[in-house]
Design a binder for this molecule. Structure first.
Ligand code: SF4
Length: 233
């Protein structure tokens, strides 16, 4: 597993748990608004001098037994790591709960992890109404893969949330209602404020952003699509 960074403590990223975050390197998508270019683009990954061996992570976790509840594995995209299942199994054996953040494009991997009952919490990005627009994601993404992952996660028996990072230029109410239709009946959907700044594709650097009152209005309109709909600023 290629590990690019470790956040030693988060109170926010794994609901109701004290957790650390392991960042994995590499992603199969190229979202224009991505803020993690150094963990996504192969040429930037190759230039990283300080990747973290899994043994170092294990030593850190041994020292945190009884102090942390869980481990968040995010990316990049964790499901492209060939040994993800084995590494999660080792983390679980140490007594930690595991949350996996995924873009949902690899349902085969998600299915294996669900069958192995290794993941306690899933967070899956739903980036657009289906089919995903290539101008937003950078590469084509199979519509059927996203639908399959949504269903797998809904039926997994694990805790989960779907989340959508939203920008006024791409995610108007109609688009979000179409996403809501795909998620229909999900337990939780989080609308996350998309931010401009240093993004993977320069065109997105100056993207407009939703205000908090816009987010609240959208959230109110989308309440029918999931048991809980929240927004994050
Ligand atoms: S936003 Fe997530 S899925 Fe998109 S390129 Fe960045 S890491 Fe990959």
């Amino acid at each position: 597993m290629l590990i690019t960074a470790l956040t030693k403590l988060t109170l926010l990223d794994f609901p109701d748990r004290l957790a650390c975050i392991i960042f994995t390197g590499g992603c199969n998508l190229r979202c224009g608004y991505c803020h993690n270019a150094e963990f996504v683009l192969p040429e930037k990954l190759r230039a990283l001098s300080n990747t973290i061996p899994f043994e170092t992570i294990k030593n850190f976790l041994y020292a945190r037994q009884g102090k942390l509840d869980g481990v968040v594995i995010c990316g990049g995209e964790p499901t492209i790591q060939p040994d993800l299942l084995e590494k999660i199994a080792e983390i679980k054996e140490m007594g930690f709960q595991v949350k996996v953040d995924t873009n949902g494009s690899r349902p085969t991997v998600i299915k294996k992890l669900i069958q192995s009952q290794l993941v306690d919490f899933w967070a899956m990005d739903i980036k657009d109404s289906l089919p995903y627009r290539k101008e937003l994601l950078g590469v084509p993404v199979e519509e059927t893969a996203i639908r399959e992952s949504i269903q797998l996660i809904k039926d997994s028996g694990a805790e989960y949330e779907f989340r959508t990072t939203i920008f006024p230029n791409y995610h108007d109410l109609k688009t979000l209602q179409q996403i809501g239709h795909e998620l229909s009946g999900a337990k939780k959907w989080a609308l996350q404020k998309g931010r401009s700044g240093k993004t993977l594709i320069q065109n997105f650097n100056n993207n407009n952003e939703y205000s908090e009152s816009d987010l609240k209005t959208l959230q109110q309109n989308l309440l029918p699509y999931a048991t809980k709909v929240i927004y994050r600023t």
